[in-house]
Design a protein around this ligand. Structure first.
Ligand SMILES: Cc1cc2nc3c(=O)[nH]c(=O)nc-3n(C[C@H](O)[C@H](O)[C@H](O)COP(=O)(O)OP(=O)(O)OC[C@H]3O[C@@H](n4cnc5c(N)ncnc54)[C@H](O)[C@@H]3O)c2cc1C
Length: 814
């Protein structure tokens, strides 16, 4: 046996499709000093027993692009490597058995169109013509993606292996990784049963074992193994090789052709986690015991659709375990805990579909040290500490698995494993009929129900049950004053003698302002893309307080830490859980707050964009005069133990001024009217401040260097290829949720990144980028006539420049 190398630039752990694809793409980038270590044999994990359906459409444009790339790759891989892949572009059908499901399909068709993916809507009869074995009496319609297909998972993986090998990548089987060495925060070596390999980069593609592999390096990888079953029938007359794949979400099942018969699998409403007590290390090329009892529910549903399945025998029932995640998206990228430790795992039973694109993205990420594009839905930095809790992960993952084929509603919240993180006001707000949502584990009031209203979300593609309540909170904020519990904001302290210099480098805006100043800024990558969008409060010379979005706690902390210039005397600390944030917002905010505090908070004494320490009836509060709703107001940051007392004081004092609780869904409708951007919708790594209309917040007029400056300057001279734009529609019955296609003079030019109803302007509002290869300027924007494609229906839309509400910002500066 050839000895293992002493050193490799990149060590990939796991010889499934993800490890093979990452190796293949690294080799393609010229990184060939790569070894792939497999504890058993290549493909012996989940890959060998996958059914092999390859679908492409996801709710994010970039993740759809990854899956589209998988298809392009599989289409040419056999010719390139000489290794058969079993790939066939047979198309994919998706059925709608209810009107609601049909709306979901129409919206999906619009999303597909936005993302450049072909998807046709079909009548039941047209679907039948493509798939004559099915019953269609109950069908409302269907959708067909002609470029979807299926592949042989093992063969495709072996083709990737062959391609990588031809460039010099080494695959070593029977080589279990037992330990990972980390020195000064970076990986340095792996220990295997065959010895140690020094390395610069480790890539954890260990499938269901990714959690355990992560733990060897102190990295949390929230995957959970779940049982997943499908059956293969005896051959059936009429089932041919090119039969499209078929997904019937109302019946929870999928089908594909398999050697003249049908492969049928699905997602049970009561999924079964596997190996709760710990994964067996020696599990390879194995299946779990067939569980007919559990599968029978799916069989009954499948027979309703394809009765002929009941007339043939079952050749096999496959029960294979697979790594699922608590949000249904896979996990990619450099771990925030350890430098040069990358993860590609947790594929939620679509790892064959994702494998090609995920491997490419991971390889490019490794090469550049940053993601090649905005990959936020799959970015490992979307997780937080509670995701290290296996029990929490299992509970949430079980819910997500069970919901795989259920309706995917706009603004849907999950129910399991809650509450996890709560603000001190949680019980108080709950008692006042708060309807909570959850983000990063935090319970956050979304809206407040009146006595007569059910205090629960009732989802709809139209106007949902919270529509009126949110309108109430919205108007109260515009007309009187509202109190928002925004405790979940991520908050960091940056301190030290070199704090200003360090922040000056990573912030696009000028932070060299006097203590007491608030600075809204973006943090850019080298491409000028917006990695973070946050507020910096300068508390004193060497102390800066950073406030950013709840979901970005890990991401933004990691970005800041990784980009602080080396050698400086700067400390970065996460203080999120130290402070509660009460946001007092509305024209009467000052009337509520002033009588409670000794300090003068007049506009002259406490202007917009500044911060002061106030004493509110004896409670010390860091008050930030800032707003995300477009009104006079303060964010009051207060020690957790004082939060309830402050809340009671404000509510009592505010009673005479019409104060009321308000939630996150009102924040969303209020900010849309003001045109405030949200990360990662209107702002994100793929968008620069110039494209996002935030050029004013970059210190380009100064000569101060900052990360991303060169890219912005270049873009300024070259012109923009896309620009953010605001649209409204007049039709009150058309509801915008986001991802609707933007048409300019009848041609697709982009899609809405976010949308909602503006209760003051009385219209649905959407924001999205208008794109054109040859450039987009104001004249181009102004000269077009716009429509939005909403669930495949075209609706006239008006383009706007500037905020729809209080465009001159007078209300926030008074
Ligand atoms: C029943 C079933 C049906 C499926 N159907 C489909 C489908 O139709 N379409 C689709 O796209 N996807 C499908 N999937 C999902 C697909 O199989 C997986 O998402 C994919 O194979 C995951 O690939 P991977 O490389 O991440 O993991 P794996 O294939 O599991 O590879 C991980 C490898 O890491 C190795 N390893 C673990 N620990 C160590 C260690 N310490 N040292 C060295 N090596 C180690 C393992 O031995 C394993 O080979 C299905 C899955 C199941 C279970």
């Amino acid at each position: 046996m050839r000895p293992i190398p002493n050193h490799a630039r990149v060590v990939i752990i796991g010889g499934g499709i993800c490890g093979a694809s990452t190796a293949y793409h690294l080799a393609g980038l010229g990184i060939t000093d790569v070894v792939v270590l497999e504890k058993a044999q290549l493909t012996s994990g989940s890959t060998w027993h996958a059914a092999g359906l390859v679908g492409q459409l996801r709710s994010s444009a970039n993740i759809t692009q990854l899956l589209k790339y998988s298809v392009e790759l599989y289409d040419k891989l056999e010719a390139e490597t000489g290794q058969a892949t079993g790939w066939k572009m047979c198309g994919g059908l998706r059925l709608a058995g209810t009107e609601q499901r049909m709306i979901e399909l129409r919206r999906a068709a619009t999303t597909a169109r936005s993302f450049g993916l072909q998807m046709e809507l079909l009548s039941p009869k047209e679907a039948f013509d493509l798939w004559p074995l099915m019953e269609i009496d109950d069908l409302v319609g269907a959708a067909f993606l002609p470029t979807d297909g299926s592949a042989s998972p093992s063969d495709t993986t072996m083709a990737l292996v062959k391609g990588a090998r031809s460039h010099g990548v080494r695959f070593i089987e029977n080589c279990q990784v037992k330990g990972i060495h980390v020195q000064a925060g970076r990986v340095s070596a792996v220990d295997t049963v065959q010895g140690r390999i020094g390395c610069e980069v480790v890539v954890n593609c260990a499938g269901q074992w990714a959690r355990e592999i992560g733990a060897l390096a102190g990295v949390s990888v929230p995957v959970c193994s779940m049982e997943h079953q499908y059956m293969i029938s005896e051959p059936i007359d009429g089932v041919h090789r090119d039969l499209p794949t078929l997904r019937d979400p109302d019946k929870l099942v999928y089908f594909k052709e398999e050697v003249g018969g049908l492969c049928m699998g699905g997602y049970e409403p009561d999924p079964i986690p596997w190996a709760v007590g710990g994964l067996p290390e020696d599990f390879a090329f194995q299946l779990l015991a067939e569980n007919y009892d559990h599968f029978m529910g799916l069989v009954e549903l499948a027979l309703q659709r394809v009765p002929v399945l009941g007339e043939v025998g079952v050749r096999k029932l496959i029960n294979g375990p697979e790594a699922f995640t608590p949000d249904g998206n896979f996990i990619l990228g450099e771990a925030p805990e350890v430098e040069n430790f990358y993860v590609g795992a947790g594929f939620n039973a679509y790892g064959i579909a994702a494998g090609g694109g995920a491997g490419r993205a991971l390889a490019e990420w490794i090469e550049a040290g940053v993601p090649p594009m905005d990959l936020w839905p799959v970015d490992i930095r979307r997780f937080h500490k509670h995701h290290a809790d296996a029990q929490w992960v299992r509970a949430r993952t079980t819910e997500i698995y069970a919901k795989h084929y259920t309706m995917s509603w706009p603004m849907e919240e999950h129910e399991s494993a809650r509450p996890r993180r709560t603000s001190p006001l949680y019980d108080r707000l709950k008692a006042q009929r708060a309807v909570f949502g959850e983000k990063m584990g935090w319970e956050r009031p979304n809206w407040f129900a009146k006595e007569a209203e059910p205090s629960v979300d009732q989802y709809s593609f139209g106007r949902p049950n919270w529509f009126e309540a949110v309108g109430r909170e919205h108007r109260n904020t515009r007309d009187h004053v509202s109190l928002f519990d925004q405790t979940s904001f991520a908050k960091f302290m940056v301190t030290g003698p070199d704090a200003e210099a360090a922040l000056s480098w990573i912030c696009a805006n000028d932070i060299s302002k006097p203590p007491g100043t608030l600075i809204y800024t973006q943090l850019l990558n080298e491409r000028g893309g917006i990695e973070c969008d946050l507020t910096v409060a300068r508390l004193d010379e060497g102390r800066f307080y950073i406030v950013t979005g709840t979901a970005f706690a890990t991401h933004d902390f990691h970005w800041i830490r990784s980009n602080l210039p080396e050698g400086g005397d700067v400390q970065l600390t996460d203080v999120t859980e130290d402070f509660t944030v009460l946001s007092l917002m509305g024209p009467r905010a000052r009337e509520v707050l002033q009588p409670l505090c000794a300090e003068d908070i007049s506009n002259e004494a406490f202007g917009f964009g500044s911060t002061q320490t106030l004493t509110v009836s004896g409670i010390e509060v860091q008050a930030l005069r800032v707003t995300y709703v477009g009104e006079l107001g303060w964010e009051l940051h207060v020690a957790q133990e004082q939060a309830l007392a402050l809340y009671d004081l404000l509510m009592t004092q505010g009673a005479a001024h019409g104060i009321a609780n308000a939630g996150y869904r009102a924040i969303e409708t209020l900010r849309l009217e003001k045109g405030y951007r949200v990360w990662p919708g209107e702002v994100g790594p793929d968008h620069t401040p110039l494209e996002a209309g935030l050029g004013w917040a970059a210190k380009l007029k100064t000569s101060i260097p900052f990360l991303g400056r060169e890219a912005l300057e270049l873009q300024r001279t070259q012109g923009l290829k896309k620009r953010i734009a605001c649209f409204t529609i007049d039709d009150p019955d058309t509801v915008l949720w986001g991802r609707e296609t933007i048409l300019r003079d009848g041609k697709e030019v982009g899609w809405l990144s976010s949308a909602g109803f503006g209760h003051t302007v009385g219209k649905f509002i959407g924001y999205g980028y208008v794109r054109r290869r040859s450039g987009v300027d104001r004249a181009f924007l102004e000269s077009g006539t716009y429509e939005l494609d909403v669930a495949t229906r075209r609706v006239p839309a008006q383009l706007h420049f500037g905020a729809l509400f209080d465009p001159r910002g007078l209300k926030i500066r008074c």
